[in-house]
Design a protein around this ligand. Structure first.
Ligand code: IMP
Ligand code: MG
Length: 183
């Protein structure tokens, strides 16, 4: 939307363009919250945020879901400092909450190759949840390897490296209130 972005948060580094601005994100997150509320008329709902990338999305999203729920987190690392998926997924934190018999909604920042989700979904299936669905803020629609459907998706993402609203490049840019492309 803008060619040059003057933002003191960037500390001299440049982002190419804003792909999704704050207002666009807020409106879509509100819609997703309503969709999710309607999709779960009964039963216990556990919203599982995949850290770190989902932390801002998750916190905005749960405040738009108007039914009882619980929140827990998973920590997995799939990328190093690069912009290309390394293909390996390491689980660094496992939720302590009981998953059996609950509706589990796994919240992810962005689906790229789908490798992270394949690994995590099969691990979560083993815990016998009542249902297991994915909510991704962004989806690059190139995940040929993804073996699971993404029931809730915020936006189809451009095939660019995106940062902000939780997404990082080498741990920078997570705090941008908008989503921008880096190259
Ligand atoms: P996948 O396993 O290839 O689907 O990669 C998913 C993970 O890679 C996401 O949870 C992100 O942490 C990271 N990722 C993928 N694409 C991007 C991007 O464009 N910007 C920032 N992180 C990304
Ligand atoms: Mg990341």
């Amino acid at each position: 939307m803008t060619a040059t972005i003057a933002d003191p948060r960037l500390s001299g580094r440049s982002v190419k363009r804003i792909a999704f601005d704050e207002k666009t994100i807020a409106e879509r997150v509100a819609e997703l919250g309503a969709e999710i509320t309607a999709a779960y008329p009964g039963g216990e709902l556990l919203v599982l945020g995949l850290l770190k990338g989902s932390f801002i999305f998750l916190s905005d999203l749960v405040r738009q879901i108007t039914r009882p729920l619980q929140v827990d987190f998973l920590v997995a690392a799939s990328y190093g400092d690069g912009m290309v998926s390394s293909g390996t997924v390491r689980l660094l934190y496992d939720p302590e909450t009981e998953l059996e018999g609950k509706h589990i909604l796994l919240v992810e920042d962005i689906v790229d190759s789908g490798r992270t989700l394949n690994r995590l979904m099969s691990l979560l299936e083993d815990r016998r949840p009542r249902s297991l669905e994915i909510c991704a803020l962004l989806h690059k629609r190139i995940a040929e390897e993804l073996q699971y459907g993404t029931r809730f998706v915020g936006f189809d993402a451009p095939h660019e490296f995106l940062v902000g609203y939780g997404l990082d490049h080498a741990e920078d840019f997570r705090h941008l209130p908008y989503i921008a492309s880096l190259q």
